[in-house]
Design a protein around this ligand. Structure first.
Ligand code: AP5
Ligand code: MG
Length: 197
């Protein structure tokens, strides 16, 4: 089993590298942002609530986010392959909850892959995607707040996981394949596990 957090600022490539990870290592993927955008698209009550936070670039409350993850975990962990957590945890309480939830299921977190990308590049990537896909929170004003929220509430997790010996820093600039090779190297060094293909 291999449980990984893919960590980094908005636009750092978490979703892009998650796709490579699940394919190469045969893992399951949960992107909390995608889960919430799905709820918004379906117009559910949860979606309406989530939209009021996401559209401003703020985090949805920990308690709600943790409950959603708790509901999804049994399915994600059922076959024992492992999970890539993308966009979760984003706060210390979420990180503590993840540890407890994995423990409850008899497993643990094996590593935190921290994609490190300079801020100007993050902004360029998100503005480009906003123009190409119309993702609602990829506009200048919301991006600014997403980055502020990241620095205030999420970046402290880097130190949190460093202290636990689980933080693996990854240079997140360059070609997608190159970044993935760096990730695979770190995973092998840290856990001994190699891609299945
Ligand atoms: P979420 O969906 O997680 O968004 P995010 O963290 O802001 O990150 P992105 O999805 O924008 O970027 P990414 O790191 O996945 O990069 P990607 O691969 O897409 O969260 C959205 C919102 O949901 C939050 O603001 C919050 O409101 C809420 N939320 C979610 N989780 C929550 C939680 N746990 N608690 C509370 N609230 C939560 O790449 C970005 C772009 O760059 C793409 O266009 C991609 O093609 C491109 N790109 C990727 N790699 C490269 C490369 N190497 N070179 C050039 N371009 C690249
Ligand atoms: Mg993403």
């Amino acid at each position: 089993m291999l449980n990984l957090v893919i960590f980094g600022a908005p636009g750092s490539g978490k979703g892009t590298q998650s796709a490579r990870l699940i394919d190469s290592y045969g893992l399951h993927h949960i992107s909390t942002g995608e889960v919430l955008r799905g709820e918004i698209a379906r117009g559910t009550e949860l979606g309406k609530l989530a939209d009021s936070y996401i559209s401003k670039g703020n985090l949805i409350p920990d308690e709600l986010m943790i409950r959603i993850l708790d509901d999804m975990l049994p399915t994600l962990l059922a076959d024992g392959k492992g999970v890539v957590f993308d966009g979760f945890p984003r706060t210390i309480p979420q990180a503590e909850a993840l540890e407890q939830l994995l423990l409850k299921h008899g497993t643990e977190l094996h590593g935190v892959l921290g994609l490190e990308v300079p801020e100007p590049e993050l902004v360029t990537r998100m503005l480009k995607r906003g123009a190409e896909t119309g993702r609602a929170d990829d506009n200048e004003e919301t991006i600014k707040n997403r980055l502020n929220v990241y620095h205030a509430q999420t970046q402290p997790l880097q130190n949190y996981y460093q202290q636990k010996g689980k933080y693996l820093p990854i240079e997140g600039t360059g070609v997608v394949d190159e970044i993935f090779t760096r990730i695979a190297t770190h995973i092998e060094k840290h856990t001994g596990q190699r891609p299945r293909k």
